[in-house]
Design a protein around this ligand. Structure first.
Ligand SMILES: C[S@@+](CC[C@H](N)C(=O)[O-])C[C@H]1O[C@@H](n2cnc3c(N)ncnc32)[C@H](O)[C@@H]1O
Length: 333
């Protein structure tokens, strides 16, 4: 729990269940990357949204519950930043083209009551992406074979949502965002983000690999998080990442003297996040003071049956539903 001595907490467990047990309107800002279904599998748990085989079925259903809970725990008038990318359909399972994961998150967020306001794109290096993903659409071989299949690199998107209602405390703290910062950051595409500016080594992903179940984690660039936190929170406020991973959002939040609350399903990532947050506290040196508005809250897992939400009705079901709760092995894109 967050206390005056401890400015952060990461809950080990399913964020959807956990948010349902939190009081309403407790977080000042949220910044996170939802799991990328089909592309990255993080654990073998059927609560892991990364395990959803069926993007328009399971993944959509999980995320619709997720956004409903998120709106409830956020303070009115405050900002939710969601980091997503489009998902290439796997050739080996007969797919072609891209799945519009960006659009699905916007629609589900809006259906849950959030207001979609903007999105930044973050440049990705085409050569590095061609090598990493082995995508023929990007490689010279594809270009020279038949240009009909060629396309550019896939950028990241930072979706900005606002929680409906009046913002009780303006985000106006001094010294966080200068006019010169804003001249750069107001560009619709952030082209200056180093792709390897992520938590790594001691603080990073290698040590967080579980046995057999995890091939990848995709940590968010620290410089992206830094901009978002400085733009959309005041020092001392409470930042939330429901998919905390190895703790990148929390690491920056603490370094920037905010408080942090996270959830993470996978024990190895949870342990890495806690180590990274301890490091951030040491780096920040000055402790962040303040208690949670729910510090007598019971942190034990809540059974799914007690979650008091209605699922968002799914619209058109273009594909027949596959059985839910299927476990699959982690795969490389
Ligand atoms: C894209 S990663 C987040 C990485 C994080 N932004 C970072 O930089 O460290 C998504 C994370 O969500 C976790 N996850 C998947 N389903 C979850 C759930 N239902 N509740 C909580 N965490 C979940 C995965 O284990 C994974 O660590």
């Amino acid at each position: 729990m967050l206390t005056t001595e401890n400015p952060w907490h990461v809950h080990l467990g399913d964020c959807i269940e956990h948010m349902a047990a939190l009081p309403p309107a407790v977080f000042d800002m949220a910044a996170f990357s939802p799991p990328f279904p089909k592309l990255y599998a993080y654990t073998s748990s059927d609560r892991d949204i990364g395990n959803s085989e069926d993007l328009k079925g399971d993944a959509k259903l999980h995320l619709s519950f997720f956004y409903r809970q998120l709106v409830r725990v956020m303070k009115p008038g405050r900002v939710v930043m969601v980091h997503v990318a489009q998902i290439p359909r796997m050739k080996r399972s007969g797919g072609t083209g891209l799945f519009d994961y960006r659009g699905m998150n916007i629609r589900l967020g809006e259906r849950a009551g959030l207001v979609f306001e903007y999105d930044w794109s973050v440049r990705k290096n085409p050569q590095a992406q061609a090598i990493r993903t082995r995508s023929r659409s990007l490689q010279f071989a594809g270009l020279e074979n038949d240009r009909a299949a060629s396309r550019g690199s896939l950028p990241d998107y930072l979706l900005k949502f606002i929680v409906p209602g009046e913002n009780a405390v303006p985000i106006d703290s001094d010294g966080e965002v200068s006019r010169n910062d804003w001249i750069e950051w107001a560009e619709g595409c952030w082209g200056d983000i180093r792709e390897n500016d992520t938590l790594k080594g001691d603080k990073g992903k290698e040590e967080a690999r579980g046995e057999g179940d995890t091939q990848h984690i995709c940590p968010l660039q620290l410089s992206v998080i830094d901009r978002l936190i400085r733009l959309y929170s005041n020092p001392g406020e409470l930042v939330f990442s429901p998919f905390a991973g190895i703790g990148s959002e929390g690491y920056v939040a603490i370094k920037r003297r905010r408080r942090f609350y996270g959830c993470e399903l996978k024990p190895e990532y949870h342990a890495a996040a806690c180590r990274n947050l301890n490091t951030a506290e040491r780096v920040a040196k000055v402790g962040v003071q303040g208690t949670l508005p729910f510090d007598d809250f019971d942190d034990s897992p809540v059974p799914l049956a007690t979650v008091p939400v209605e699922p968002t009705p799914l619209p058109e079901s273009e594909e027949p539903k596959k059985p839910t709760g299927r476990k699959r092995k982690a795969v490389k894109p």
